[in-house]
Design a protein around this ligand. Structure first.
Ligand SMILES: NC(=O)c1ccc[n+]([C@@H]2O[C@H](COP(=O)([O-])OP(=O)(O)OC[C@H]3O[C@@H](n4cnc5c(N)ncnc54)[C@H](OP(=O)(O)O)[C@@H]3O)[C@@H](O)[C@H]2O)c1
Length: 248
């Protein structure tokens, strides 16, 4: 009997693979049998990811996704794909009165514009096979209002709209498009947010999560499900994984 969560024989492109959730997705997906193309800007950190994964299953491509030429060069190097996980992203936590055009552009560029351009290029080059799966790492911030998160929330909400239309557009090819919206997960990005707040404020924030803050594995295991044939009737969905944050 075939194992529905098995990723053997699938080739998966993972962005944001040098850190946090993307790194854990590479580790878990390689253990589930996938061949991974791991991309990020930081060569050393990408190599660490490869070392933590089933190494022979990981190919690394250094790429700044905000640089169009760099992205096109990466796309030229890619084989046909059975899956894409877009985990690259940044957060800028600040009251709007401190924002400026550069900050807004930077956040939208990597969180929203780059994934749209990347998928568009992959489709133009016919690099996404029929029956593939695309997974965007979104955020519960696309659904709720948290002070200081306006620009980030807006970028993730835009990505959410895009993902739904893409799901419709690619359904005839049985290419599925889903997203995951995590709450706070312990990664370098979360550490960055923690630096802005006091230790007490972080402890108070974690109390809002009935199951506490998450670990990267809590997200990567659901990514495996979405990449695998176990979710073959699932598209246009957004899976909230937030330790119960949104219950209250
Ligand atoms: N951690 C959380 O609590 C949380 C919660 C909700 C949603 N998310 C979302 O989950 C995703 C992953 O977050 P994380 O926690 O794993 O963050 P992270 O540890 O800071 O990792 C971010 C990744 O994005 C990559 N990246 C950033 N700018 C890039 C660029 N211009 N070109 C290519 N790669 C770029 C980084 O690669 P390099 O450093 O190598 O450039 C890094 O691998 C993000 O989309 C984030 O919004 C995270």
């Amino acid at each position: 009997m075939s194992e529905p969560f098995d990723l053997s024989g699938k080739t998966i492109l993972v962005t944001g693979a040098s850190s946090g959730l993307g790194r854990q997705i590479c580790i878990t997906a390689s253990r589930m049998g996938a061949n991974i193309i791991a991309t990020g800007r930081n060569k050393d950190k990408l190599a660490e990811t490869a070392g933590m994964s089933i190494k022979e299953k990981v190919e690394m491509i250094i790429c700044d996704l905000n640089d169009s030429e760099n992205m096109l060069d990466m796309v030229k190097k890619l084989p046909g794909l059975n899956g894409v996980v877009y985990s690259a992203g940044i957060v800028k936590f600040m009251p709007l009165k401190f924002a400026n055009k550069k900050i807004i552009n930077d956040v939208f560029q990597i969180n929203c514009i780059a994934p749209i351009i990347l998928i568009s290029e992959l489709l133009k080059k016919r690099l996404i096979f029929n029956n593939s799966s695309i997974v965007f790492i979104n955020s519960i911030m696309s659904k709720i209002a948290v002070l200081g998160n306006g620009i980030y929330s807006a970028s993730k909400s835009a990505l959410s709209g895009f993902a739904k239309v893409l799901a419709l557009e690619l359904s005839s090819q049985k290419i599925r498009v889903n997203s995951i919206s995590p709450g706070m997960v312990r990664t370098p990005m979360a550490d960055q947010t923690a630096k802005i707040l006091s230790e007490d404020a972080i402890k108070e924030d974690e109390k809002k999560y009935p199951l506490g803050y998450g670990e990267p594995e809590d997200i990567s295991n659901t990514v495996i499900f979405l990449l695998s044939d176990a979710s073959k009737w699932m598209t246009g969905s957004d899976v909230i994984i937030d330790g119960g944050y949104l219950i209250q």
